[in-house]
Each structure stands twice: as structure tokens, then as C-alpha cells.
Design a protein around this ligand. Structure first.
Ligand code: SF4
Ligand code: SF4
Length: 269
């Protein structure tokens, strides 16, 4: 066991005993007290060169079309075989809708604009440039790929959920039940099965992969395709990528930027 891994397990063990797992473990991880290299030829350290895919979300367009958010969620969950267990406790979500106050809790909510209250803020994994989840994973089941996408290797996931405790955005879900199973009425948890995408098993963590399987084929993420121009996907590190023009021309905010994770999702307010 290398010393970084030993340090991480010590931190995780102590925080679990103290019953204060998420915040203190998260802070330690961000300070770099536990750093693991991945087994995928990529570094767990922040990407400083190469691609960093990101997303701009135009919240005004989601306010203007009340069914748009649901269409984006449906596009993602149906092509990725995301199960619906029918209750909040077991919920698996790759992309979901939050209210402004939940999405941006660090902002002042005093005398807030009413339109903000009504706006459905769509959110997902931030594919952070400095992802604490990657540092937390003891088996390197989650890792940052060469395009800056935070991926999951389900075969390496041991279900410890350290990555979930480390993620300050609630972007990861745990399969308490078998997603390939059926409910009491005999209906499958995966409503529309896509044979071209793998299913997961009970006991593993899952989340948005920025549609890596589509991006590698030159396609936009499924939610972006369904968004009718309300979401713009591109390489934040490529100055000539149109996403950087959008970012230059609009006021945008990120979720919890003060945590130092460098989220790759930007919201036009
Ligand atoms: S949003 Fe959470 S799961 Fe996604 S990269 Fe950041 S810390 Fe990891
Ligand atoms: S980028 Fe792909 S995987 Fe991520 S939320 Fe959108 S459709 Fe789902």
C-alpha cells in the first residue's frame, strides 16, 4: 500500500468513526492530503493541459420552456439504462432538476428575483478539473480521462461510497437494488432498455459520464442534443471552441466555486 493510499484510508477511517464523514474528508481531500494516481494512465491531479470538456447551461431557455428540462433528463436516462426504482430513497440520477436555492446555496437568497424561483436548474456531474471524488476512490474505479471527463469503471467499484461522501454536489448515486430487476408488479426498473449501452449491478456507484461514448464518435451529449440550443458543450481549454465565445459573451456562475473543485458546468442566469 503506498503512503498516499494509507493517508487516505486513515482520514476516511477517522472521519467515519467521528461520524462526520463528508465535510472533513472533503476538506482533507481538497488540501491534497490524500492523492492517488489512477491506473488508467491519467493523473488524479487537476488537468493543466489537453482537453477539458465543459457545458454552458442557459437557464433562461429552461424557464421559457417548462418541459425542456424533463426532455433532457429523459434523453439521458433512457439511452444510459438508468433505472427508476420508484422512490426517492433508492433514486439513481445522472441529470436532474434543482431549485435555485439548492443549486447555489452560497448565493444570497434575500429578496430574490421571482423568475429565479421558477427556473428549473438542470444539473449533473460537474466534471471538476480538481475532482475530490477521484482522490477519494481507493480502487481507482473513478478517474479523469484525457478529455477531462470524470469516468467510472464499474468493474473496479467496490461500493465503499467514499466518492459519494467526497462529492459536494450530490452527483453520484448508489445502486442499493439490482437495476436489472423488476418491481412487485413485474415491471422492469429500466423502462426503455438500450441494448447498445451497458447496465450496472447492485452495489456500484454511477453518474453522468458527459456521454463519453457519444463524444468519442463526434456526437454531442444526449442532453445537449435534446436541449434545442439551451446547453452548449465544448472544450474549455481550446480558445477557438465556440463554448469559449459563449462564456466570454455572457455572465455565468458555477456551483460552489469557492470549494476549489473547478466545476466545468457554467450557468447563464
Ligand atoms: S461533481 Fe462530484 S462526482 Fe462530478 S467530478 Fe465533481 S466531485 Fe466528482
Ligand atoms: S452529458 Fe450525457 S451522461 Fe451526462 S447528463 Fe447529459 S446525457 Fe446524461
Amino acid at each position: 500500500m503506498d503512503s498516499n493510499r494509507r493517508k487516505f484510508l486513515k482520514i476516511a477511517g477517522l472521519t467515519a468513526i467521528a461520524g462526520v464523514a463528508a465535510p472533513s474528508a472533503f476538506n482533507s481531500l481538497l488540501r491534497g492530503e490524500a492523492v492517488a494516481s489512477t491506473g488508467h494512465g491519467e493523473s488524479a491531479a487537476p488537468a493543466v493541459a489537453g482537453k477539458q470538456y465543459g457545458l454552458v447551461i442557459d437557464s433562461k431557455k429552461f424557464l421559457a420552456d417548462p418541459s425542456l428540462a424533463e426532455r433532457c433528463v429523459s434523453a439521458c436516462h433512457s439511452i444510459h439504462n438508468v433505472p427508476d426504482f420508484g422512490n426517492k430513497k433508492d433514486e439513481i440520477k445522472w441529470i436532474w432538476v434543482e431549485k435555485y436555492a439548492n443549486c447555489f446555496p452560497e448565493h444570497s437568497h434575500l429578496k430574490r428575483n421571482e423568475a429565479l424561483e421558477q427556473t428549473p436548474f438542470i444539473t449533473m456531474c460537474n466534471h471538476c478539473a480538481k475532482p475530490p471524488c477521484v482522490r477519494a476512490c481507493p480502487t481507482q474505479a473513478t478517474f479523469k480521462n484525457k478529455d477531462g471527463i470524470v469516468m467510472m469503471d464499474y468493474h473496479r467499484c467496490i461500493g465503499c461510497r467514499f466518492c459519494m461522501a467526497a462529492c459536494p454536489y450530490g452527483a453520484r448515486s448508489f445502486n442499493w437494488r439490482d437495476p436489472r430487476g423488476k418491481d412487485e408488479m413485474g415491471k422492469p426498473f429500466i423502462k426503455r432498455f438500450n441494448r447498445d449501452y451497458p447496465t450496472r449491478t447492485r452495489g456500484v456507484v454511477e453518474k453522468c459520464t458527459f456521454c463519453n461514448e457519444r463524444v468519442l464518435r463526434g456526437l454531442p451529449p444526449a442532453c445537449v442534443e435534446a436541449s434545442a440550443g439551451a446547453m452548449i458543450f465544448g472544450d474549455l481549454n481550446n480558445p477557438s471552441d465556440p463554448i469559449n465565445e459563449v462564456l466570454k459573451g455572457n455572465f455565468t456562475i458555477q456551483r460552489k466555486p469557492n470549494l476549489g473543485t473547478s466545476p466545468s458546468l457554467f450557468y447563464i442566469i
